[in-house]
Structure formats: C-alpha cells, structure tokens
Design a protein around this ligand. Structure first.
Ligand SMILES: [Zn+2]
Length: 129
C-alpha cells in the first residue's frame, strides 16, 4: 500500500515523495523487533526472515495476545513529533508515518484485529500490568 502511495506522490514531490515512502515503509521494521523480543531470538539472520516474521504476526493476530510494536506507540510518536520540532527536515518522514498509521488502522478495522496491539508502552507495562 505504501508503494502505491509512493507512485502517487513521486510525480508531484519527487525526492520528498521518496522520503515519505521510506518513513511509511521502515515504521513496520518494529514487527521484526517485536518478533525477536517475543521469541528471544536475536540472531542476525532472523532479522531477514521476513516471511517467517510475517507468518508469526498473522498468528499473533489470531491469539489476541497484547504485543508492543515500538514505532506504533504513542510514546514513539510524541518523541518523533518533538524531534520534528527541532529538525523540520524530518517532516516528510512524519507525513509517511501518519499515512502508514491511517492505513494500519483501516486494515485493522477491516480485519477486526485492532485489540491485540498495544499503542502505549506506559499502558502495557504500568497500567495494564
Ligand atoms: Zn504498521
């Protein structure tokens, strides 16, 4: 979906469209981190087992287990927005993150899988512990 967005933005914004795309693309890198921490598997080759990680994420969706995807949490967003305040050059990346989250929310509502992911580290480890 992010790739389609890139092709739509590129003719109008050129290089900025690429940065928006990269921001939206790399935010899902946290699924790799979540997999590694949940399975205590920190081998380098695990990082590149994207098919295996994708399958695991789909299974996690079905279990309803509450997992943290760090780049999708409110705390990360607050820190990133503060960072953009000091480094406005990161604004296109923030735009890519926002578009990514909108698409994630639409996907979760369509597949009714919105309850398994924790959107706050504080909520998961302090309030809900
Ligand atoms: Zn996502």
């Amino acid at each position: 979906m992010t790739s389609i967005l890139f092709f739509v933005l590129y003719p109008f914004y050129g290089f900025l469209g690429l940065i928006v795309y990269l921001g939206g693309f790399f935010v899902d890198g946290d699924h790799v981190l979540t997999y590694m921490f949940e399975n205590k598997d920190f081998r380098l080759r695990t990082m590149f087992s994207l098919k295996k990680i994708y399958r695991w994420c789909k299974e996690e969706d079905l279990t309803g287990k509450y997992v943290i995807c760090i780049f999708h949490t409110a705390e990360f967003w607050i820190l990133f927005i503060i960072l953009v305040f000091f480094y406005p050059v990161l604004m296109p990346v923030l735009f890519g993150l926002i578009l990514h989250m909108i698409m994630d929310i639409i996907y979760m509502f369509r597949h009714k899988s919105y309850s398994h992911r924790s959107y706050s580290i504080i909520y998961k480890y302090v309030i809900n512990s």
